[in-house]
Write a protein that binds this ligand. Structure first.
Ligand code: SAH
Ligand code: SF4
Length: 373
């Protein structure tokens, strides 16, 4: 598929491949070792290959020059080695940058690189955070979200998840040290590929990013939260609550019809007791929907039960959707109720939310502009 972008000279080629081979970057080190054993090769070759993929960052098996030529040929018979095409970058160095990527089948996904910020999901730090996608579109259809607007296309494979980090580092020249799964899609609905990607991101032979610097955000898939709690890695969890009662959540998040707030909170209890770490409640402030004092007090009650932090996010308007953010005064009032209740809470106040807009929006806007030739 060939896309041309108005105002950009270069057309981007997104070739549609139909090969059934799996991508070499979707294998964990032990699986790679096993594969090499099957090929009659010593297992240290797996470490060499991982080095080429994640340290030297080559794009093709052919470029792994310390592997015997015939081994490279045999690997190429079994595996693909894809990379993401950059279609569009918005924002400048030292600001939030959005990347729109094209997958090998022509689908578009986006990632957002966020510079040092004291109010993000890890502790205060000078970290560079990337917000990455796990699906093309989203099936959960939250009423305020751009990602759900065009429905669900498919799950991302593990290599497509990991490649967003590699491609963003390559394009920006930055070293990323904090990962948030808050891009397009519902990560816990793509559980196996998510976990596979996280293991690769975390492994010393992979990207070597600590589990505590990886945050998974979910709209509230209660059974999968328990499943995540049973995983040994100390990954952080963020729960997109956006309403403190079933009445409010039912109105904006269809998932709540299946997993009511109490089911969700009890899955969070389970997570907290297994991980011994704080979770975060994400709470978008939407004018006239969830920004009242009653919601703030109930949110405080839920947060206290779980010793959770609260991240308040003023709603980013999405073209075609009727919602808006409350006034600054109302945002601050909501925050002050939480603070009075002694809940650790932050309110995102930075400017420039046009670019900082939630994931899903750049893709939607670009899809409306792009004309497949
Ligand atoms: N599906 C997961 C992760 C992706 S969404 C989830 O829902 O948690 C990541 C975050 O962006 C969620 O908290 C989501 O509610 C929020 N979000 C979606 N649309 C938004 C918008 N227009 N303005 C602000 N935040 C938004
Ligand atoms: Fe999907 Fe999350 Fe958007 Fe809801 S908020 S539609 S779960 S991406």
């Amino acid at each position: 598929m060939r896309y041309s972008l108005p105002g950009r000279d270069t057309a981007v080629n997104c070739f549609v491949t139909s090969e059934a081979k799996i991508d070499i970057k979707s294998l964990q080190l032990d699986e790679l070792q096993e594969k090499l054993r099957e090929l009659g090769e010593p297992s240290y070759r797996a470490g060499q290959i991982a080095d080429w993929l994640y340290k030297k960052r080559v794009d093709a098996i052919e470029q792994m020059t310390d592997l015997p030529r015939d081994l490279r040929a045999r690997l190429e018979e079994s595996f693909r080695c894809e990379h993401l095409e950059v279609v569009r970058v918005l924002g400048a160095r030292d600001t939030t940058r959005k990347f729109l990527f094209c997958l090998n089948d022509g689908n578009l996904i986006e990632s957002v690189l966020i510079p040092a910020s004291p109010a993000l999901y890890g502790e205060k730090s000078d970290r560079r955070t990337i917000c990455i996608s796990t699906q093309v579109g989203c099936a959960y259809g939250c009423k305020f979200c751009a990602s759900g607007l065009e429905g669900f296309s498919r799950n991302l494979r593990a290599n497509e998840i990991v490649d967003q980090i590699i491609a963003a580092e390559r394009e920006s020249g930055d070293k990323i040290d904090n990962i948030v799964f808050m891009g397009m899609g519902e990560p816990l609905a793509n559980f196996e590929n998510l976990m596979r990607a996280i293991r690769i991101i975390n492994a010393p032979s992979g990207l070597g990013i600590g589990a505590r610097r990886i945050t998974v955000s979910t709209s509230g898939l209660a059974p999968q939260i328990r499943k995540l709690a049973d995983e040994p890695l100390q990954i952080r969890l963020a729960v997109s609550l956006h309403g403190a009662t079933d009445a409010v959540r039912d109105q904006i998040m269809p998932i709540n019809r299946k997993y009511k707030i109490e089911m969700l909170l009890s899955a969070c209890d389970y997570y907290v007791s297994h991980k011994k770490q704080r979770i975060t409640f994400e709470y978008i402030l939407i004018a006239g929907v969830n920004d009242g004092a009653d919601q703030a007090h109930l949110l405080a009650k839920h947060a206290r039960r779980l010793s959770a932090k609260v991240n308040l996010i003023p709603y980013n308007t999405v073209e075609g959707l009727p919602w808006s953010r409350p006034s600054r005064h109302r945002q601050e009032r909501f925050l002050s109720i939480l603070r009075t209740e002694r809940i650790p809470a932050t309110l995102r106040r930075e400017k420039g939310h046009e670019i900082d807009a939630a994931c899903g929006q750049l893709r939607l806007q670009t899809k409306r502009e792009l004309q497949p030739r």
